[in-house]
Design a protein around this ligand. Structure first.
Ligand SMILES: [Zn+2]
Length: 363
């Protein structure tokens, strides 16, 4: 059970090391939180401007659509009126022809002084105001002719007005198109500005996150003291041990405490903190002891064991149970604990305070 838990811790640790490894080294320029906030705030502000420009463009596009529809409507109306003018002109021509025929007939019967007046008249209006015509008109059609002339005149005037309206509307349409185009250009500029600021915000935020993770990893390393982290695991199952920083505490014979006392249950399994080779030993002070010389040369000293789970000289894997918690040596009669030391230079070199390393690994 303990070995299984230790194995999973090792796996986790390895995964963590793998994840942290690409984050080093630190970028030369560190990103601050306020820089990220500022960039992202700029980006948000620019997004608002872009949205406003989008709305302005949509409004301009709609106004242009309305103008196009209006021009189209007047255009079609003008075409209809022009068609009516043509129809009425044809009717007038037909009636005029009929009257001319009648006038000639009248002349033949001696009723008109001269047919010339009829044929020299250049317009229907002129023709119909001649005194000769009045006689001719008496034979019929005056009322309908008057009506047709009035209608045609009115239609002509209306058509002319429509033409003017159409020109004005076309001017409006052109202006709206111009407004729409410039709004579109403005919108595109705002969009480009937003894309740029948004990219900067994302980039800085990502950079900031990465740097923060790197800083945390470094802080963990610093907390671990002068000894490396990563390839080090807690000598006990973390939840089953307790210890304080007792480095330098006075000990019998004027000695200073050169390790950390890790309290745990009697016979609690203790693990190889790193892969290496073990040397078991026995002494008055340490009782049953193990020197674990890690493959990277660092020496770890275990004391007060109740018993060994390895033979001296054996190679061990990280997390392997190498012994059990006890009170041998000068710990006899006290609470069973592991006296643990770290010697970065290997066996025989000076010890460093193992507390930061343990505190980091045994959380
Ligand atoms: Zn101790």
């Amino acid at each position: 059970m303990a070995a299984k838990r230790t194995l999973s811790r090792v796996t986790m640790l390895l995964i963590m090391i793998g994840l942290l490894a690409p984050m080093f080294p630190l970028a030369s320029e560190a990103v601050t939180k306020s820089q990220v906030d500022e960039a992202c705030s700029d980006s948000r502000a620019q997004l608002e401007e872009y949205r406003a420009a989008q709305s302005a463009f949509a409004a301009a596009a709609e106004e242009y659509e309305v103008a196009v529809i209006e021009v189209d409507r007047v255009e079609r109306k003008q075409e209809t009126v022009a068609g009516s003018v043509d129809t009425h002109s044809e009717e007038l021509d037909a009636i005029q022809a009929k009257i001319e025929e009648q006038a000639v007939e009248l002349y033949m019967r001696g009723g008109l002084s001269s047919p010339g007046i009829i044929f020299s008249a250049s317009t229907v209006d002129e023709y119909m105001t001649t005194s000769e015509f009045l006689t001719a008109a008496a034979t019929g059609g005056q009322e309908s002719i008057d009506e047709l002339i009035a209608t045609r005149t009115e239609l002509d005037r209306f058509n002319e007005q429509l033409g003017e309206t159409r020109v004005e509307l076309e001017e409006v349409e052109a202006a709206k198109l111009g407004a729409k185009d410039s709004q579109e250009t403005a919108m595109e500029a705002e969009q480009a500005a937003y894309a740029k600021l948004s990219g900067k915000c994302k980039e800085l935020a990502a950079k900031y996150d990465t740097e923060q993770q790197e800083l945390k990893a470094r802080a963990r390393q610093r907390a671990a003291g002068s000894v490396q982290v990563g390839s080090f695991i807690c000598p006990f199952t973390p939840a089953r041990t307790s210890f304080i920083n007792s480095w330098g505490y006075p000990r019998s014979g004027g000695r200073r405490h050169k390790g950390t006392d890790m309290f745990a249950a009697w016979d609690e399994p203790m693990y190889a903190v790193a892969a290496g080779r073990v040397i078991t030993g026995s002494s008055g002070l340490g009782g049953k002891t193990i020197w674990l010389i890690a493959n990277n040369g660092i020496g770890y000293y275990y004391a007060h064991l109740s018993g060994f789970n390895v033979s001296s000289g054996a190679s061990v894997g990280q997390g392997q149970t190498i012994g059990f918690n006890g009170d041998t040596g000068n710990a006899r009669g006290g609470s069973p604990h592991l006296h643990f030391e770290i010697h970065p230079g290997g066996r025989g070199s000076a010890a460093v305070n193992p507390y930061p390393t343990l505190a980091s690994a045994c959380r």
